[in-house]
Write a protein of this length. Sequence first.
Lengths: 383, 360, 378
Amino acid sequence: MFSLKEKVQKWKKAHEPSIKELKFILYRIRKSPLSLLGTFIIVFYIIIAVCAPILAPPNPDWDILKIRNPFIIPDSSNEIDPKPPSPTHPFGITVEGYDIYYGCVWGTITAFRVGVMVIAFALIIGILVGITSGYYGGLVDEILMRFTDIIICFPGLILAMALVVALPPTLTVQALAIVLPVTVVVALITLAKILRGIREITQIILLTITIALIIVSTSMWFNIIPNINVLSIPLTRLDKVLIALVLVGWPGYARVIRGEVLRARSEDYVEAAKAIGASDLRIITRHIIPNTIYPILILASLDIGSVVLTAAALSFLGIGAEPNYADWGQLVQKCEPYMLGADIVRYWYIWLIPGAFIFTFGLGWNLLGDAVRDILDPTLRRR
Amino acid sequence: MREKILYIKRLKKYYPVLGGVFRRKIAEVKAVDDVTIDIYKGECFGVVGESGCGKTTLAKTTIRLLDPTEGHIYFGVSEEIVNKISKLEQAIASEKGVETSRSLMSELWELYRKYDIATFKGSKLLKLRREMQIVYQDPTTSLNPRMLVKDIVGEPLLIHKVVEKREIPGRVLEMLKKVGLGEQHLYRYPHEFSGGQRQRIAIARALILQPKFVVLDEPTSAVDVSVRAQLLELFQELQKDMNLTYMFITHDLNVVECISNRVAVMYLGKIVELAETENIFKEPLHPYTQALTESAPVPDPTRKKLRAPLKGEVPSPINPPRGCRFHPRCRLASEICRVQEPLLTDIGNGHFVACHMITK
Amino acid sequence: MKAENLVNVEDLILRFYTYEGIVEALDGVNLHIKPNEVLGVVGETGCGKSVTSLSIMGIVMPPGRIEGGRIVLNLDRKKVDILKLNEDGLRKIRGKDISMVFQEPRAYLNPVFTVFDQISEVLIEHRKHEFINRALQTLKSQQKQSFVTRLYIKIYKIWDKNPNSKIVGFLSKIPILRRLQNPRKRELRKEVVSILRRLRSADAERVADSYPHELSGGMAQRVVIAMALACNPRLLICDEPTTNLDVTVQAQILELIRDLRAKFQSAILYITHDLGVIAELCERVAVMYAGNVVELAPVIDIFKKPLHPYTQGLLESIPRPGQPFKSIPGTVPSLINPPKGCRFNERCSYAMDICYKVKPKFIEVEKDHFVACHLYRG
């Protein structure tokens, strides 16, 4: 119907205010030197991650037959002792003969993977819990928040360590593992709706579903219905680290977003939405989420840096990535004997270079997170 | 006789105050305490009072944004049915036998379930939202700051599915033009507008479903004087154009004098005086109404006041004074006022007053 | 402008440097306040009345910058140009010579200090010596002078000679020796309670010990007014102090302000958008529009003989029962790219060609009646 030019014009007009906002955000980033620095650091790392196959080819002969997992660092020397940087090995060779340069380049991808995936999943869980808790309040809120409190009580690193050790090498998802959480969620929602005192067809349906699910779960538990293995996923050590960090990280987000939802719930426009007849789901998705999600995004961007640090710490302690895996923390793992006394200066490249990568990565995300907060904070704007 | 569109009968809205170790109810905030009003179709019914008098709570409870503690509200119900219900209520109250009482009770409850919007829930309540709407006081907080104007005004249509999706933009534009805005305002955020324009957006949102009854909760208090006149003019036009009935809440006596047909004065959850606008301003009878009209500053420098007409502050609605709630500040107060609450009595000409001293 | 005026604002220019552009908030504001008078400033949102008062107090924050004009304060013998003062000089004036009352009283009271603490803070800041002296007199006049009393008298004598004495100040802050401040505290309390009594607050003692959140709106506003008047300032600036209050409480506060004026002999600059309050309270009125003072006259003239078309429009738009609503067509122009010439030209029914080109000057058309409009150029 419309020509391409007209379509573009229409799109531009519809998104005019968003485009204005974007321009303003870019202006603010340009103005603050620290946020520029943060942006550059992250962009720099993104480039490294994207160009990893070129910068540190896993297959030096480009032989298709010799396809291998690029994340395993190739063995470069037969000796145990580390070797200083040389033209063939720009960052040196670490203990047991693994190339530091290779490890750092491919470690960038691992770092992004760890950071982004952990934060993404922790955000999803945290937001779901926080919104349900904040919006419905009452008993549901109490239950969810006490559960969250229990997890927060544990020291994060220790809990992560325990989880990494305790998780099985293959994650077998039994049917019960899917049915049980679904039952709990549906039961909570039904509870919330019933407590609000609305008795209608929807509630009766929900109640029936809940009861059916409870029956199915119990019978699976007692093996009346066979508890089949739905999935079997092998978990690498790094995957276990990811899962542990997600489980440790979500309560923080749940708390923050619950607070924001409580604040937004009392705003006039939410009540106005109720007055025009909006359903709970619509109010949550259209009115509450867009207005409460920004503090979380700020927290999340700050947290990516610290997640990578925690993962590096776990790797250094030996319970993180597998040996020879391209991970910055892992690169430093076996270095203890070579860091005593004067050796720490002699073998500087085995800890300083991976350490610098970890440090600057965390720094970049922190600066970027600060910048994001400064930009999105409405009180500091327009200056 | 003019047709009545809304009957509010003995409406009460109490908020429990929780306290103590076990968070039990230790007191109640009697925000709205036994209010009875009949509103005619097509009129502008003004409710005035100061902070804490319960006018906003009354408005929100009437359109079921809040759940009433007690009382009945009949909207769009014929007068015969309302009379039938009240006859039943009287019959049950005076009935001695249990047998007849029970059948009458069940009949009464049937009628309540059918007509009393205080009992509505779920989809019945959703349908009600199309007929009763509200415009808030502060347009800055009553519009979602992250929604475009076209979405804000179009949302009610989307929820109630009254028109096809593709017709929604057309309807939205039509409504915006009615309130004095235009096509160039569709793709903007609320913060890009002035206070008066934002209020127009809120009005468009409230009226797009073509409701019959609209509560206006101090819609002109947050805007400038010159914009106020524009908005009042708009309200009058829209009322004529769309056959609306208004409940106009305000504390500004000047505004209510100009726009409403009848006025109710509230104090601490009760109505103290109710009359036609002309009568209430020409001859205010209740001492509180008199104090209000005398306190309002008049834009005429030749008429300066020397003394403030009313001393003291409004008491807390948790513990209102016994007897007549106004007696501690009333210049006419006497023994009976301290002991007995006055009832809202009809003294003729549609003028109701709740005061022992006046109705004697 | 005559020299006897308390405050002379001449051609004040104020700009805000924002991302969207330069906001010409004040475009040559001319104002003068006579001693002991009540000058009302009326105008709509964005006309610049609040920033004018902030400029007089010297508390304009960036991105706002004053870029022209003078504000001269005439104190007894000295003439002070407020725009030329540095922070120290401004601090000496604020609270003592000029003080301010804001719209939302509880936002300007510290929630963790009692009313007594906050009023006495103002008193100590500007009338330090007086209270030390008074404490000393009270102590000396005591009949039975215990050892402690004599010790106090010695210390207070030192303090009296040098109110800023660092030694005594330091000593009195040590936890055990805090009691050194007690005699002074007693005097302060007497003063605070008497101020509160003068403000018609019921139960002044209880109010003095309350926290701001325990006070009602009207009471909190009275406390703020008390703090503002504690040091007998020459000029009291009130920025919409009664807008948030109920109409009966507003009447009480206006009565209070009128009575206090007689006792305190301060000039009052009263900012509001309510023309009724202006008529009730003010002796002269300045009407502002889009960063300019367009008319300045005695209150009777403003209401009975408004000269500027905007003032006329404003008065006509007051709703009158039984009559159709009249409003000024159009909207306030954006101050980022203000119209050339007179800023009211788009909405004025008397606009002439010159109104779009040349900005009208602020001149005295009749006795004490100033207008900025091309209709009245000689």
